[in-house]
Design a protein around this ligand. Structure first.
Ligand code: AMP
Ligand code: MG
Ligand code: MG
Length: 346
């Protein structure tokens, strides 16, 4: 790779390539059927796909950019020894390499950068989507009985639903410079398209501040107010913040990455999550891509998160994102002061 290309552009190009490889790992783990689910905390799970995808991303990026601080969601997977050469990605996306770097990012050094990696955003949906892939009813029941997350209610709703939870799964790589999210990659491993009559799986969306976005077709927000929010981590405060919005429709989907994709593609206008559950690796890439597309992501109080390495991982005061400034201001004004204070003092 030419070193005359500015560091940020090279890093984004490498991230696009490695995100695609991580997405393949996510699909491969699912196809093998051994998810290796571990409970990290309440409503918080990890699978073999989360662990392996993170090892691939961190090993590949740190081999090429040794002084960049890379923080992943999963605990020290590098302790598990050498990463196989199959998982070491050295390619960089050619199209991204030809992007002209914005002047304010031209002289950025490795030491100024912190990368936040969520190797698999939407793990709940990933494990529940696994059920959809089991064609054999006996296999499905067996999985239900041995599954730590799914209740009978979930199982029935799954059977009734034709909506693929696997579409909610994303791989997130967020690049921050001096605490600000400036570039990001959202890879969707289960997105299906037809290209020249041929089936293609997976797509990679990227954004770079002052340059723009790529990998999808931008669309204006819906005519009426459509809000997107969590489907698996709700609570009374989350619901209260939704009630006050006067939305015509509330979509409940998995993952911070997928919800921001809905904003980018004109499916929803605002993403509201009044809860401390999201972490820096959930919002860094989505915030960077949304910014590059003209949107805005803050906490429920309207403050931006900082992405320096010493910042606390949880986004304690929730997430409020919108496709443009006006809709963001609308939502911010609707949220009652008392609710804002409740979250701020948690
Ligand atoms: P969701 O919108 O519920 O899919 O959440 C978006 C991201 O935040 C996912 O990575 C979730 O794992 C994480 N998250 C949100 N709420 C919680 C919670 N209460 N506990 C653990 N993780 C959470
Ligand atoms: Mg996540
Ligand atoms: Mg994750």
């Amino acid at each position: 790779m030419s070193t005359t290309v500015p560091l940020i552009v090279r890093l984004l190009a490498s991230s696009v390539s490695v995100a695609g490889r991580a997405g393949k790992i996510v699909r491969d783990v699912m196809s093998k059927g051994e998810l290796g689910i571990v409970e990290k905390g309440k409503d918080d799970y990890q699978t073999e796909a989360d662990r392996s995808a993170q090892r691939c991303i961190i090993a590949s990026l740190s081999a090429q950019y040794p002084k960049v601080n890379i923080i992943g969601e999963e605990d020290s997977p590098e302790d598990e020894g050498e990463v196989s050469s199959e998982w070491l990605v050295v390619d960089a996306d050619k199209e991204i390499l030809s992007i002209e770097c914005p002047s304010f990012l031209q002289n950025v050094k490795e030491e100024d950068i912190v990368i936040w990696v969520d190797p698999l955003d939407g793990t709940s949906e990933y494990t529940q989507g696994a059920l959809m892939l089991k064609r054999d009813p006996w296999e499905r029941w067996k999985m239900y009985f041995t599954h730590p997350i799914i209740s009978i209610k979930w199982y029935l709703s799954l059977l009734q639903s034709h909506y693929g939870f696997l579409e909610h799964v994303t791989v997130l790589i967020g690049i921050s410079v001096n605490e600000k999210p400036v570039a990001g990659v959202i890879h969707q491993p289960y997105f299906k398209t037809l290209v020249d009559g041929e089936k293609k799986i997976g797509r990679t969306i990227w954004g770079l501040q002052e340059v723009g976005v790529g990998g999808y077709t931008p669309a204006p927000p819906p005519d009426s107010l459509v809000i997107t929010t969590t489907r698996s981590h709700s609570n009374p405060i989350v619901e209260k913040a939704l009630q006050v919005m006067n939305a015509t429709q509330i979509l409940r989907v998995g993952g911070a990455g997928y919800k921001v994709l809905q904003l980018l593609e004109g499916v929803a206008s605002i993403y509201v999550f009044a809860s401390p559950g999201c972490k820096k690796w959930d919002t860094c890439a989505p915030e960077a891509v949304l910014n590059a597309a003209g949107g805005k992501l803050t906490d429920i109080l309207g403050n931006y998160y900082k992405y320096g390495a010493s910042e606390t991982r949880p986004n304690k005061t929730g997430v409020l994102a919108a496709v443009n400034n006006d809709l963001h201001t609308y939502a911010l004004n609707k949220i009652p002061q008392e609710l804002k204070e409740k979250l701020a003092n948690k």
